[in-house]
Write a protein that binds this ligand. Structure first.
Ligand code: FAD
Length: 374
């Protein structure tokens, strides 16, 4: 018998799984089609930071949606953990941003204001002596820094798996498969064509992350999402675990609950190259050793590389595909896809089930890249 589904979701990263989860909560069953295993791309290998107050587009066009997504994360954790049986370890973190050069001081001091008056957050300037008390292994050469409390962090692989598992418990399906194209009639997609068969569907969600451009020729629509490679090295910890995320000079140290210091990250436009590179590992280590000299020769336990889905304006692409009745795009979350996932899932599910959403996605419509391909 031919396979059928109400909604075919192409891509089992955090975006696709979040859409499946929120659709299921609204009573709509879907099929996630994933060719390399749920969460096995960037969604599984990210740093897992939920930082709603800083980053590209924040404050700015990503600010309101980032904050809404952060609030959704806070409300989601206990229930999703219980429903899925997967603890993805959502926790609040404290961070120290360090000034290594005189030229870092002004911007860092000014950044304290971003946290002022925001519920659940606090920040203050630290002199070098205070830094030495908080984290004695930080280099004595630092000029000062900012303590910031309130960001959260998750294990993003388990978060992605939890969304998929909860959707499955509500009647959705995860299916292994490599989508090769779409069959359509009269402005509607009728079938998803896989390497090993076809699935008839009522609606389609394209959540293909950095591979989203592949669907341009299927839909005749521009989806300018390009892969930005990022690498993380995980270093063995010696001594007491750090109690803060530590960053500065382009390097960041995330002490994780697995006992390792995840250090990163790089940003390279190298097409679809996903090979961890010795050069990147060397650069990351040099940067983090300026923050904590002890890490210069710490044992490398694991090194990963994966691809962020980035658009020309660094904003996601969310909404109905121009010219199509039943196709939705959920992609382009760039460096913030784990933070934004609940907002992506909720807003796309809202649009598909009610035609509108209260979330602040107005600037993210696929139409902004306008022109259809002939
Ligand atoms: C080093 C690094 C650190 C990061 N740190 C953070 C962070 O701290 N906080 C944060 O918020 N974000 C972070 N990110 C960004 C975040 O990881 C991404 O924005 C997010 O994972 C993108 O999710 P996605 O579902 O859109 O894409 P992906 O995770 O890439 O998922 C897309 C999926 O689609 C599948 N697919 C594609 N084409 C097909 C097809 N034809 N058929 C079947 N399946 C297909 C792929 O196999 C893939 O699994 C980081 C990223 C990197 C690289």
């Amino acid at each position: 018998m031919a396979e059928t589904t109400d909604v075919a979701i192409i891509g089992g990263g955090v975006a696709g799984c979040a859409v499946a989860f929120y659709l299921a909560q609204s009573g709509v069953k879907s099929t996630i089609i994933e060719r390399e295993g749920v969460g096995n791309q960037a969604s599984g290998y990210s740093a897992g930071g939920l930082n709603p107050l800083t980053g590209i587009g924040i404050p700015g066009p990503l600010g309101a949606f980032g904050w809404e997504s952060f609030q959704l994360h806070l409300g989601l954790y206990d229930g999703l953990k219980e429903q899925s049986g997967i603890d993805y370890q959502n926790r609040t973190v404290a961070k120290i941003d360090l000034a290594l050069e005189e030229s870092d001081l002004e911007g860092l001091r000014a950044s304290v204001a971003l946290f002022e008056g925001v519920e659940g957050f606090e920040a203050r300037w630290l002199e070098p002596e205070e830094i030495a008390k908080l984290e004695p292994r930080i280099s004595p050469a630092v000029l000062g820094g900012v303590y910031a409390y309130g960001n959260n962090a998750v294990d993003s692989y388990n978060f992605t798996k939890a969304l998929a598992a909860a959707a499955e418990k509500m009647g959705s399906t995860v299916r292994a498969g490599n989508v090769r194209g779409l069959e359509s009639s009269g402005g509607k997609v009728d079938r998803v064509v896989l390497a090993d068969g076809e699935i008839s569907c009522g609606q389609v969600v394209m959540a293909m992350g950095p591979w989203s451009r592949r669907a341009e020729s299927w839909l005749g629509v521009y989806i300018p999402v390009d892969p930005l490679k990022g690498e993380i090295i995980r270093l063995e910890n010696r001594g007491e675990p750090f109690r803060h995320d530590i960053s500065g000079g382009g390097g960041t140290i995330y002490p994780k609950l697995d006992g390792l210091n995840w250090c990163g990250t790089t940003e390279d436009w190298k097409g679809y190259d996903r090979e961890p590179s010795g050069q990147a590992a060397h650069e990351i280590r040099q940067r983090v050793a300026r923050l904590v000299p002890d890490l210069a020769d710490a044992r490398l336990v694991k090194h990963t590389a994966c691809l962020r889905p980035v658009t020309p304006d660094w904003l996601p692409v969310l909404g109905r595909a121009p010219g199509w009745e039943n196709v939705y795009l959920a992609t382009g979350a760039g460096k913030k896809g784990i933070l934004l996932a609940p907002g992506i899932g909720r807003s796309i599910a809202d649009l598909m089930t009610t035609g509108e959403t209260a979330l602040s996605i107005q600037g993210y419509s696929p139409e902004r890249f306008a022109t259809q391909i002939d």
